[in-house]
Write a protein that binds this ligand. Structure first.
Ligand code: CP
Ligand code: NVA
Length: 331
């Protein structure tokens, strides 16, 4: 059956069938081919989109902007301080105003309920550019990157997420793996395990797809034979900086190191949504090093820079996948 996502919002992957997700991944490969071969693809000419960012961003913002321009659209960016949203105007009112002017709305911020409310009131597709709970556009890029490395096949691969396994990226990975038949392992201490209700939902999805979901605190058991090792920062945007001390104590055993990679499958790849604290060359990492004496956090510089690392392919694929998502929902 042909897939038609016209008019749909992209808020979380739980809303999409496996076939719909596979369709978006296929479109991503196609848009990457067009871009790499300099074939114009202004398929959304005459449309306009608005990007609302309440948290900072490099990849997501630039991906929406470049993808929007490549598709021939007008792109408006609103930073956290330059609109009336939430401060002087409710989300419902903002959504109804923006929906009269724009063909699609991207939102990055805090609560998942806010992006759901935008979608409920705007009357146009709304794309979730990251909330505290989920980061769905990242997943289309990640699955595309995995397909590029495993002959286009996702079914049956083992993906291990190391560290803060209840954050937005980890939650979304668990969902997409469960939908697409991968074996997902959250390797973390009990304090960082994903919420029970989401785990149960994903276990049920995995039972249908032939995948599995496992929460494992033993690193050696978790990574044995894994094809994909994935991690993310230990303190996410919106969480207080005071958490660094306890997170470093809690999650240091789950840092991705060369020794850990050696226990995975011989063809294993390393993924990270980025940005990453793999060295002390950022303001936050330098401050953390000064206070707590640790210069590499969720992953060592050695792994980040290794031949197994695919993090910059993954970052590039953000743009192709966001283009696919916008095209599919706008046309
Ligand atoms: N991975 C990701 O979403 O990066 P940005 O925060 O730079 O958008
Ligand atoms: N978990 C991270 C992801 C950044 C892309 C955060 O929310 O800060």
């Amino acid at each position: 059956m042909a897939i038609d996502l016209t008019g749909r919002s992209f808020l979380k992957l739980l809303d999409f069938t496996p076939d719909e997700i596979r369709y978006l991944i296929k479109l991503t490969h196609e848009f990457k081919h067009l871009k790499h071969n300099h074939i114009p693809h202004k398929y959304c000419e005459g449309k306009n989109i608005v990007l609302l960012f309440e948290k900072t961003s490099t990849r997501t913002r630039c991906s929406f902007e470049v993808a929007g321009h490549d598709l021939g659209m007008g792109v408006t960016y609103l930073d956290p301080h330059s609109s009336q949203m939430a401060k002087k105007e409710s989300i419902a009112d903002t959504a109804r105003v923006l929906g009269r002017m724009f063909d699609g709305i991207e939102y990055r911020g805090y609560s998942q309920s806010l992006v759901e409310e935008l979608a409920a009131y705007s009357g146009v597709p709304v794309w979730n550019g990251l909330t505290d709970d989920f980061h769905p556009t990242q997943m289309i890029a990640d699955m595309t990157t995995i397909e590029e490395n495993f002959d286009g096949n996702l079914q049956g691969l083992k993906l291990v997420f190391m560290g803060d396994a209840r954050n937005n990226v980890a939650n979304s990975l668990m969902v997409v793996c469960a939908k697409l038949g991968l074996h997902y392992v959250a390797c973390c201490p009990p304090e960082s395990a994903p919420a029970d209700d989401l785990v149960v939902t994903c276990e049920n999805l995995a039972a249908e797809s032939g995948g599995s979901v496992c929460i494992e605190s033993d690193v050696a058991k978790a990574v044995a034979g894994a094809q994909i090792i994935y991690t993310d920062i230990w303190v996410s945007m919106g969480e207080p900086a005071e958490l660094w001390e306890s997170r470093i104590k809690l999650l240091s055993p789950y840092r991705v190191t060369a020794e850990l990679m050696a226990q995975a499958a011989p063809d294993a790849i390393f993924l990270h949504c980025l940005p990453s604290f793999h060295d002390n060359k950022t303001e936050i990492a330098a401050e953390v090093e000064k206070r707590y004496g640790v210069s590499e956090l969720e992953v060592t510089d050695e792994v980040f820079e290794s031949a197994q690392s695919r993090v910059f392919d993954e970052a590039e694929n953000r743009m192709h996948s966001i283009k696919a998502i916008m095209y599919a929902t706008l046309n």
